[in-house]
Design a protein around this ligand. Sequence first.
Ligand code: MG
Length: 265
Amino acid sequence: MVVFGNSVRESSSFDTILFDLDDTLYPGNTGLSGALKRNIEDFLVEKCGFSETQAATLRVELFKTYGSTLAGLRVLGYNVDADDYHSVVHGRLPYDLIKADPQLRNLLNSISQRKIIFTNSDRIHAMKAMDRLGIADCFDQIICFETMNPNLSKATRPDEFPVVLKPSMEALKIALSVAEVDPRRTLFLDDNVRNIAAGKAVGLRTALVGKTMKTKEADYALEKVNNLAQVIPEIWVNGVEKGEPRISRTNSEIESSLAITAVGA
Ligand SMILES: [Mg+2]
């Protein structure tokens, strides 16, 4: 039995789960991130006229200072179109490196709460990656680059609207507002320590993915997203979903139901 304020009921602690996508719903060692870095450098060479040596340094510097290469380029006055940038940086990725994950699909389908993707990536990339994983139909909503930057294409000069991305407070506030969630009853999964810290700062419950040790701002740490039922079984605790009481399941029941596709995975 859980007591919340003046209501007494047995319920999951969470109404909604926000999932980061890249390196959270698929592992960071697919080789995709190396290809991403090369594509960013190719963009700096092909579209902005930097040498290959300059591009390698600039990519790192812009990321450190502005959070992303695109954000940095626009602050510096380069009139880089976001769609053009994403078509190179994400559009040329070897998506076949992302493999279907039926265990993840089964896990997501066993969660009755609202499930929302919250990614810095553009919508086309998000859809392609989710499609490859076989989980494109498992979510209620996608909050992505375009959601956080609706006015970018209307800018009259590149620095008119700063690019908004996690871990900025602005990005987190947009997500909470678009998703219309109570942060105290929302679980946020991300592989990035700074994103998790930002999530905690706006009141979200936080789970750091890809790590065995929690950080100060992480309520949970899980080595991979497929360990969710073992690390945060309270997601599946009896609750009320769409007016229908849900069947309460024990931890071992959850694990055995998820094990159907876990064999050999
Ligand atoms: Mg990530």
